[in-house]
Write a protein that binds this ligand. Structure first.
Ligand code: UT7
Length: 336
């Protein structure tokens, strides 16, 4: 049976390290508050000359090199982001231009924190159907250029970091599902009822006669706004639910999973999910301490770090779950 295998991963973050104490000099916050509420210790923020596609391309190049795949073999590019270089065209087109692989389809996924799992799900369908053989997926964000760095925006601003993570997916004829690397299943959901609980209002066609409303700009309608408590409550309900959905679909128990690579929004959310499933601490791979929330990039960054640190080895069974703006939530189980 033809399934999708993750051949390799790659990641890239900008050079500029921003510690929690650095934020205290910009706004009324503290290292203690940020660590206690979120687990975040630091993040990387890009400089003025770097765009999201720059980070994405570096991650893609590493993934291609680690996979020993030449860019000419790629049949499709999928880029997940909420912080594209420009309003249009999408991030995937700029990644394609910089990688130099014209002609193949380039698709953007706008599913925020679940963007990477949505991308995996879409890529998996194209590979299972026999349409494509190799697909490059990248999740990339530059949040730092769109955050309110005053005390007004502190509830959101301290949470986010910049970065990119990529994987190369390839068609694989799976003979032994218990041994061969492949994606077992993906599960994707959304409920737009809560679209405005975590969003950037404008610029956009939903704000009046003009996409850019200069009065609203002054009020900061271009900064992310979040009902943090509502997001938290829904996250700790939906992540376990969608993880259970994936386990049930594959007739697996939590103890059958070798490593959990969850979305990184808040260490407390992941601890609560792990507790519900009695997952031992050493089986949950968190990176939020180092990179904060890089939205669509958290899971591929986590996979790449896990591979490089020796925590994730070929043949291991991995489960991922994510929740975020939309609201959207998703999960995947795959043998790396
Ligand atoms: O990946 C996208 C999805 N996002 C998430 O999953 C985020 C989900 N939500 C959360 O992680 C948490 O709700 C937060 C970390 C955002 C906030 O934690 P909390 O424990 O819910 O704090 P809170 O919003 O109840 O705020 C507590 C206090 C407030 O002060 P008062 O009203 O008690 O005086 C806030 O004004 O903390 C204050 N506060 C801050 N203080 C210092 C809010 N942000 C900050 C800050 N530094 N950065």
């Amino acid at each position: 049976m033809i399934r999708s295998e993750i051949l390799a991963t790659g990641m890239h973050v900008p050079a500029n390290l921003v510690k929690n104490d650095d934020l205290s000099s910009m706004m009324d916050t503290s290292d203690e508050w940020i660590r206690q509420r979120t687990g975040i210790e630091q993040r990387y923020w890009a400089d003025a000359t770097t765009s999201t596609s720059d980070l994405a391309v570096e991650a893609c190049k590493k993934a291609l090199s680690n996979a020993k795949v030449d860019k000419s073999e790629i049949d499709m590019i999928i880029a997940a982001t909420l912080t594209p270089d420009h309003e249009f065209p999408g991030l995937a087109c700029f990644v394609q231009k910089k990688l130099g692989i014209p002609g193949v389809p380039a698709l953007d996924i706008r599913q925020q924190c679940t963007g990477f799992i949505y991308s995996m799900s879409i890529a998996d369908q194209f590979i299972r159907s026999g349409t494509y053989k190799k697909i490059l997926i990248v999740g990339a964000e530059i949040h730092s250029k769109g955050l309110d760095k005053t005390t007004v925006g502190r509830d959101v601003t301290v949470l986010f970091g910049d970065g990119a993570g990529a994987v190369v997916l390839a068609a694989k004829d799976v003979a032994d599902p218990k041994k061969d690397s492949h994606i077992l299943s993906t599960h994707i959901h959304a409920d737009g009822t809560f679209a405005e609980e975590l969003w950037v209002e404008g610029p956009g066609s939903g704000v009046g006669a003009d996409r850019v409303d200069f009065e609203k700009l002054k009020e900061g309608y271009h900064y992310p706004k979040m009902n943090g408590k509502a997001v938290f409550v829904h996250a700790v309900k939906r992540m376990p639910e969608v993880l259970q959905e994936a386990l049930t679909a594959n007739n697996l128990k939590p103890e059958d999973i070798d490593l959990f690579v969850f979305h990184q929004a808040n260490l407390r959310i992941n601890d609560m999910v792990a507790k519900q499933f009695n997952i031992p601490e050493e089986k949950v791979f968190n990176t939020i301490q180092k990179y904060a929330n890089t939205t669509a990039a958290t899971i591929p960054i986590g996979l790449d770090e896990a591979v490089r640190s020796g925590k994730l080895k070929k043949g291991m069974l991995v489960a991922s779950a994510a929740f975020g703006s939309g609201f959207t939530w998703a999960s995947a189980i795959y043998r790396y």
